[in-house]
Unconditional design. Structure first.
Length: 650
């Protein structure tokens, strides 16, 4: 990229466009190594995985499914072997009589009975499979969600994590097909074994010939599965982009800006262009798959002709009887269909297995970012200390924080101030153990946050972030976050009063029971300022030792803001409080203030000390915020509000 100045792109350059890329992703290389041998090796493993997932969600249904498939195979074998007994009396005499019918009746009963029972078993197998499939998919999704919530927060700053999440999510989508595909393979295998038994009774040479005939189609199916999988992985980044664009186009948060900025046509055009890129890749893959399947089908057809020619030769040379030919004919048809089923469904299962590998990898590693901290149970914290910490976001030119040291104690309010991008929010996340430093140490009461159990640490933190969640839950659950204390609603209302949210709750039609989500039928919506009061109330409600407030009053009116800060000292009595804000008048309440610039601490002290230092950054920002008070325009005189020809009237 050429640049006219350092960090300033040339005006002649095109804009950079959204593009997702996972560094170190070798999945396409792995896909290119897919072979029939690999498929044969993995088939038993995938079958075990499918049955294992089914066993977790419904072991009785799995047992019943297996019994149905085994019984179906046994019945098919008996039916095929009985076919000779049906055909032989007819062929022996050349015409059909009552005695021949009676002679064939037992075999005919076996054939008809086998067909009927196999039909019933097929219905039962399908029912068991249909019962298990959605449960398997839900279990797979629950495991994925559990893994995602056990990933480090810093994972979301890494584009590779999002890519691996999407690949794993695709595994969840196809997991519901896993058992169905296994069921079809089991059914085809049972049918194949039954047909093999019948063909062995006819002539052993037919078995290797049939297997040889099935190989071309099998090879083609595996190659086609590989092409389809590679295409899916190639288009994953574009499908992610489509999902993101769709969200921006229809979400309530951006709906007003889509309209006021007349951006709909532009974004829909971007959506259409991205969709065309997906279509191009998909069409190329479909064409390649069709060519591969055509070649495999042609080779398989030729091989099948050889098998039938061999069968005819066996009849002509007297190696098998004409009666046995009828059995062989049915058995060959079953073998051909069974081999096609095993190969076809096996290829589908193999492709499903590749997606499930992505899912399993994510489950094992949480997208490469599984929380692997210590198991120590934290105390307090009474003192939270940062010692020479450095933190860098992925693919950035400079660290967000560089050599920062500070501490905050219980009963203190520590304010973090500075210009945008100075590292205030990042530092607050490190202090609250949401991030871990790249260098240096954050310690709680002397314990390194790397050695503390993460979830136990977070249970001792209350955070009001800049972008707080507006949960589609009741007002009570929005404050308790589903974790009520022993004091029940008394504690909820006390936190609400401290945050000024009691006025919001009083105006709700059902008080704390009111659903706060207008988009859901019967829900009630709040304004931005009302939601912020609820967010502050939930932080006050948590029995936490560390309270972090990041721009907590940005959406509040002056009266509500004054109420929050006038009561903050009471909440700091048994907590360590970290306050992040741009409104410097609010930091007068702080015991100490730390001023950040470009990720470094450039000043620290009390409000009075920093204000007295006229050459410091704090005083500069203070003067910039307060000099606007001298720019208030004078009131417009009444004579400017009347038309010139109306002056005579006054």
């Amino acid at each position: 990229m050429t640049q006219s100045k350092k960090g300033v792109p040339s005006a002649t350059q095109p804009d950079e466009h959204l593009k997702f890329f996972a560094q170190g992703d070798r999945r396409l290389e792995v896909a290119n190594a897919i072979t029939t041998r690999a498929m044969a090796r993995r088939m038993p493993q995938l079958m075990r995985r499918a049955l294992g997932l089914g066993w977790q969600v419904g072991r009785n249904s799995v047992i019943a499914l297996l019994l149905c498939e085994v019984a179906s195979g046994v019945l098919e074998a008996f039916g095929l072997l009985a076919t000779t007994g049906v055909i032989k009396p007819v062929i022996t005499s050349g015409h059909l009589s009552a005695d021949q019918l009676l002679a064939a009746a037992p075999s005919l009963a076996v054939v008809v009975g086998a067909i009927g029972l196999r039909a019933l078993l097929g219905i039962a197998s399908t029912a068991f499979s249909a019962r298990l499939a959605p449960r398997i998919s839900r279990e797979a999704e629950l495991k994925l969600l559990d893994a995602a919530t056990h990933a480090e927060l810093s994972a979301y700053d890494n584009p590779g994590y999002n890519d691996r999440w999407d690949a794993a999510d695709r595994g969840v989508e196809v997991s519901r097909d896993l058992l169905t595909q296994c069921q079809y393979i089991l059914g085809a295998a049972a049918s194949l074994i039954a047909a093999f038994c019948a063909l062995t009774a006819v002539h052993p040479i037919l078995l290797p010939l049939l297997i040889l005939a099935a190989l071309p189609k099998g090879l083609a199916s595996v190659r086609a599965a590989r092409v389809t999988y590679i295409a899916s992985r190639t288009t994953a980044k574009d499908r992610r982009l489509l999902g993101m664009l769709r969200w921006y186009l229809v979400d309530k948060q951006t709906a007003d800006q889509i309209r006021s900025g007349t951006m709909a046509d532009f974004l829909i055009g971007r959506y259409r262009a991205t969709g065309q890129e997906i279509d191009k890749t998909t069409d190329e893959a479909a064409l390649r798959s069709a060519k591969i399947s055509l070649l495999g089908g042609a080779a398989g057809g030729f091989a099948s002709a050889v098998v039938w020619a061999a069968l005819g030769l066996l009849v002509l040379t007297g190696h098998i009887s004409v009666a046995a030919l009828g059995t062989a004919f049915l058995a060959l048809s079953r073998v051909s269909a069974s081999l096609d089923g095993i190969i076809g469904y096996g290829a589908q299962l193999f492709r499903t297995g590749m997606y499930l590998d992505d899912w399993a990898d994510f489950i094992d590693e949480a997208g490469g970012h599984r929380i692997t901290r210590g198991t120590e149970t934290p105390t307090g914290p009474t003192v939270v200390r940062a010692e020479n910490i450095t933190f860098r976001y992925p693919d950035t030119d400079r660290p967000a924080l560089d050599g920062v040291s500070l501490e905050v104690r219980r009963g203190e309010i520590l304010a973090l101030v500075g210009e945008n991008g100075s590292g205030k929010t990042t530092l607050s996340k490190l202090l609250s153990a949401l991030y871990l430093p790249d260098q240096g140490m954050i310690d709680w009461d002397g314990a390194d946050t790397r050695t503390i159990d993460a979830h136990a640490a977070w249970s001792r933190v209350a955070v009001v972030p800049q972008n707080f969640a507006c949960w589609p839950l009741s007002a009570r659950e929005n404050i308790t976050l589903g974790q009520p204390t022993i004091d029940g609603d008394d504690a909820v209302l006390d936190a609400a009063r401290a945050a000024g949210a009691d006025e919001v709750i009083d105006d709700l039609r059902s008080g704390l029971n009111t659903l706060l989500a207008r988009e859901w039928w019967g829900g009630q919506e709040l304004s931005g300022g009302q939601w912020q009061r609820i967010a502050i109330a939930r932080a006050f409600h948590r029995p936490a030792g560390l309270l972090v407030l990041d721009e907590p009053t940005a959406a509040l009116d002056p009266r509500a803001e004054h109420r929050i800060f006038s009561g903050l000292r009471r909440h700091a009595a048994d907590r360590a409080v970290v306050l992040v804000t741009h409104r410097l008048t609010n930091v007068a309440i702080a015991d100490r203030i730390v001023v950040l610039s470009m990720g470094r601490v450039v000043q620290h002290g009390t409000f009075a000390e920093l204000l007295a230092n006229r050459s410091g950054l704090f005083r500069e920002l203070w003067d910039l915020q307060n000099e606007r008070s001298g720019q208030i325009p004078a009131p417009t005189s009444p004579e400017h509000d009347v038309a010139p020809n109306q002056h005579a009237l006054f």
